[in-house]
Write a protein that binds this ligand. Structure first.
Ligand SMILES: [Zn+2]
Length: 465
């Protein structure tokens, strides 16, 4: 299996020390609704996690929740709420969004505020080791001059490190422009935790390394996030953890997801060109959104337009129809004993190509290309009624893989009993040769929002919600 590593800037053989793999992905700052650009990252890593597990790795997957941050404090002040109310509300919405999007591979979502002892311990270590210095009445800062390897992930230097400084890292007393805050002394109206180096709150980067050190130790296999986090966030994480432990590399493989592009620019809160997940889920199904997120390679930019999502929805519909057909074949036990090895070989070949694409740096774009051709191929095979038991089993196995790893097959729809009765009645009428009655019943069913398609395997119901 090959993965692209942002640290070495090339594709590498994925070689974890054993079957155990530890993965950490930067989670949300819970101060507002998340948008579909954020959701793309979380869905991509959900698929990566599920594929790694499918390949037999024992994966421990963690995503942090940043529930203390300048943005949360600001939002609380603007809306006259307690900061905890703000973070609790948006954490709930985020987790609900993830559930709706079928993101269910994360083992733990640790909160920053539940890990203050670990954060304080790590700041203390950095102070003791001489990597941190004090700015009076301000806080503790990381001295980048003590970590000569700074920039190895992003290719930037200490002198360049000033364009992405967040508000918490601003200070007139810094030794180097890019030095970042580890611990900020709180103002009277701000949240604060006691520490023997001064009461305050954590900086932007320290929670990630404090949390991963607790769950994974000082070194682990995969760290992921959006491309916008490479600098300065992930660069700062490397400086903190490698300085604190003296062990290198902090993380073996760094994976980064590309931007979602809307109206020519990166979708973001600050640019105002965003669509929230809440809104998106009112317009599209979770499966269509996942299909859309995965339709480009994860490292490439992904364009947003309704048309592109409609195309994804059409892809989902094809897979849904195939799944329904397969269920129908199984119910009727309508297997063709004359199945050919040719068809079996064809299905096996598609399966191989899809796995090969996934083994090639999780290339879902390529995998979906094969999936589309496979769908047309299966439609043809079904209509020729050439499905035997072995072919059926192979197809079902592949569809179940697509369902489990990509999450793009909608759940089986419950057909209301009223509709089922009408279908039964129509079947009776057809058997008796009363086609006028059968047509009337078809119309009646259509009025109720369902469509009937007569197939070799009996009537197929479409529609409903
Ligand atoms: Zn992070």
């Amino acid at each position: 299996m090959q993965v692209y590593n942002s640290l070495t800037k090339r594709k590498e053989e994925f070689l974890p020390p054993g079957s155990k793999v530890r993965m950490f992905v930067c989670g949300p700052t819970v101060y507002d609704y998340i948008h579909i650009g954020n959701a793309r990252t979380f869905v991509v890593f959900d698929v990566i996690a599920k594929y790694l597990r499918y390949r037999g790795y024992n994966l421990h997957y963690i995503q942090n929740i940043t529930d203390i941050d300048d943005k949360i404090i600001k939002k609380a002040q603007e809306t006259s709420q307690d900061w905890k109310e703000v973070s609790k509300k948006f954490e709930g919405i985020f987790l609900e969004n993830m559930k709706s999007l079928k993101v269910d591979s994360v083992n733990e979502y640790p909160r920053a505020t539940d890990h203050l002892p670990q954060i304080i311990k790590q700041v203390k270590t950095l102070i003791e080791k001489g990597n941190a210095y004090l700015i009076e009445k301000d806080g503790w800062y990381f001295d980048l001059k003590t970590f000569p390897e700074y920039g190895k992930l992003s290719g930037r230097t200490i002198e360049m490190a000033d364009d992405a400084v967040s508000r918490i890292d601003e200070s007139g007393g810094k030794r180097n422009k890019g030095d970042f805050c580890l611990w900020k002394f709180s103002k009277p109206n701000e949240p604060s935790w006691p520490a023997d180096f001064g009461a305050g709150r954590p900086g932007w980067h320290i929670e990630d390394t404090a949390i991963t050190e607790k769950y994974f130790g000082p070194q682990y296999e995969i760290h992921g996030g959006g491309q916008d986090l490479i600098f300065p966030h992930h660069e700062a994480e490397i400086a903190q953890q490698e300085s604190a432990s003296g062990l290198k590399p902090f993380v073996k493989y760094w994976l980064h997801v590309g931007f979602l592009i809307n109206k020519g620019g990166k979708m973001s809160k600050s640019a105002g060109n965003f669509l929230t997940v809440e809104e998106a889920l009112k317009r599209y199904t979770p499966e269509a959104l996942r299909f859309y997120f995965l339709s480009a390679h994860y490292r490439s930019p992904l364009d947003y337009s309704e048309e592109i999502i409609e195309q994804a929805a059409a892809g989902v519909k094809n897979l849904e129809e195939i799944t329904t057909f397969l269920r129908k074949i199984a119910q009727k036990q309508a297997f063709n004993p004359q199945e050919g090895n040719e068809l079996l070989a064809e299905i096996e070949n598609y399966e191989k190509e899809i796995m090969k694409a996934m083994d090639n740096d999780f290339n879902t774009q390529m995998a979906f290309g094969f999936l589309n051709s496979l769908a047309s191929f299966i439609f043809q095979a079904i209509n020729k009624m050439s499905i035997g038991e072995r072919v059926y089993e192979r197809m079902s196995r592949l569809i179940s893989f697509v369902d489990q790893v990509f999450g793009i097959i909608p759940p089986e729809k419950e057909v209301p009993s009223k509709i089922r009765e009408l279908i039964q009645e129509r079947e009776e009428a057809r058997k008796q040769g009363d086609f006028r009655r059968a047509d009337q019943l078809r119309e009646r069913i259509k009025e109720l929002g369902y469509e009937i398609e007569d197939t070799l395997y009996g009537p197929l119901v479409k529609g409903g919600n």
